[in-house]
Design a binder for this molecule. Structure first.
Ligand SMILES: Cc1cc2nc3c(=O)[nH]c(=O)nc-3n(C[C@H](O)[C@H](O)[C@H](O)COP(=O)(O)OP(=O)(O)OC[C@H]3O[C@@H](n4cnc5c(N)ncnc54)[C@H](O)[C@@H]3O)c2cc1C
Length: 417
């Protein structure tokens, strides 16, 4: 809810300091073409692509960086293509994220090995820690010219008298802040404050029955591995520092039963692996667990209306899918580029804003649809044969999607050589 009409007249372009006692909620106003709320996969990428094209972008996040977030982090070919097109893939490999060239799929007694095929000039996928990936994205946004402000919590949007969104308000520490912008972008994740503040309704809802849990284990991890059990799917994502992210997806009801029976998340995780994925449990013997088990239950599958008068949503804020397909980071990268293209045209006056944003909405929904449908079905754990069939369909959809992204005009590299 708006707590004061619009914004104060103290306009500054590069400050977030209040000039009045904070209980008056009168703050300096920071002005930007676009304010992006949230600075991870969706927000930093959107800010980078807009700043690269000369727009004045402020990107804020309540977090500071580097910092972790609740997520495993395999990046599908689709996301790898985007990072490569943006000039960031080599930087991620240089950070120590292993280039993963071998993938193994275990189901029952069978194990299928395959090499990652060379496509679009790259023959690997990656699973960088979010502490590293998100910092690289934030740095790239800043290098491209975006103003990045961290430790800033946005509390809602401001509207003009005609209802158009014209900025955001929030706090940096105890100090109030105000941002006036032509467009507000909510890249603030699944529980988006911006989505709530603008009243962005859900337009398509699937099941929310899946749970994903994960930990880290130090050891020898030569390949990305997937293990399919009865109602359970797990795996190994090799990452920085000789560790692997070890994860397991289940039905939430099964996870809840296991949690009640075993008490702690770690004990439940071990029991799930032991009972449903014994081959994965065996692979972990001798490794050293380096982190407690974390996870999320009842992962939603949903689309929100992502555009309106003066605002847009990108990434999980506008579209969320269960983690079973590991495609959220790639979705965020795709939508960041679709939105940046649309906003660029609108801000330049080449296209009417409503038309440009409607185009983003339509393109997002069309490009996300196939993998959304596959994700919804996988997240309900169909019988093993159908699950394996859907995995193959997912691979084909990712390849087609990656080809579509690779064929788009390549933006200028965002990182200086
Ligand atoms: C358990 C789990 C496993 C997953 N595994 C994978 C995987 O293997 N591969 C994959 O591709 N995807 C995976 N995902 C999905 C992936 O994590 C998300 O799709 C991705 O992080 C979305 O990025 P985003 O930038 O939209 O949102 P987020 O990464 O959620 O970032 C949102 C940012 O907004 C900031 N923010 C929120 N509210 C405010 C506010 N009011 N003011 C200021 N800042 C705010 C937050 O601090 C945060 O930094 C997984 C998700 C989960 C939950």
């Amino acid at each position: 809810m708006n707590r004061s009409p619009n914004i104060s007249p103290n306009i500054r372009h590069d400050a977030l300091h209040r000039t009045e006692p904070h209980d008056t909620l009168t703050a300096d106003v920071v002005v930007a073409d676009v304010v992006v709320v949230g600075a991870r996969c969706a927000g930093a990428a959107t800010a980078m692509l807009l700043a690269e094209r000369g727009h004045d972008v402020l990107v804020v996040d309540r977090a500071t960086f580097p910092s972790d977030t609740l997520s495993t982090h395999a990046i599908a070919r689709t996301g790898v293509v985007q990072l490569d097109r943006w000039g960031l893939l080599d930087r991620i490999v240089e950070s120590g994220a292993p280039a993963i060239r071998d993938v193994v799929f275990h189901s029952g007694d069978a194990s299928v090995h395959r090499a990652v095929k060379e496509r679009f000039g790259r023959d690997f996928v990656i699973a960088p820690r979010r502490t590293v990936l998100d910092q690289i994205l934030v740095d790239a946004a800043a290098t491209a010219g975006a103003r990045v402000r961290t430790g800033v919590t946005i509390e809602g949007v401001r509207r003009a008298d005609d209802g158009r969104v014209r900025g955001v308000y929030g706090r940096t520490g105890i100090d109030p802040i105000e941002v006036s912008a032509r467009v507000v972008v909510g890249a603030d994740g699944l529980r988006s404050r911006i989505a709530r503040s603008v009243g962005a309704e859900l337009t398509r809802v699937g099941p929310d029955s899946g749970t994903t849990q994960y930990t880290y284990v130090a050891g020898e991890w030569p390949a990305m591995e997937y293990f399919l059990g009865d109602g359970t799917f797990g795996g190994i994502f090799p990452t920085h520092g000789g560790e692997a992210c070890i994860w397991v997806c289940t039905d939430t009801a099964d996870a809840d039963v296991a949690r009640r029976r075993h008490g702690t998340p770690d004990a439940m995780f071990d029991a799930l692996l032991h009972d449903a994925l014994p081959e994965l449990a065996d692979r972990l013997r001798g490794g050293t667990r380096t982190a407690p088990v974390r996870g999320m239950r009842q992962l939603p599958n949903q689309f929100r209306r992502p555009v309106g008068d003066g605002w847009a949503l990108v990434g999980d804020a506008g579209y969320h899918r269960d983690a079973v397909t590991g495609h959220g980071i790639s979705d965020a990268f795709r939508d960041a580029e679709l939105l940046a293209d649309a906003l660029d045209r609108a801000l330049r006056g080449d296209t009417d804003e409503a038309v440009a944003l409607a185009g983003y909405h339509a393109a997002r929904d069309a490009m996300a649809a196939e993998i959304f449908d596959i994700t919804c079905e996988l997240s309900q754990f169909p019988p093993a044969a159908r699950f394996a069939e859907l995995q193959k369909a997912l691979g084909r959809a990712i390849d087609a999607h990656a080809a579509e992204l690779a064929a788009r005009p390549r933006p200028a590299p965002c990182v200086a050589a």
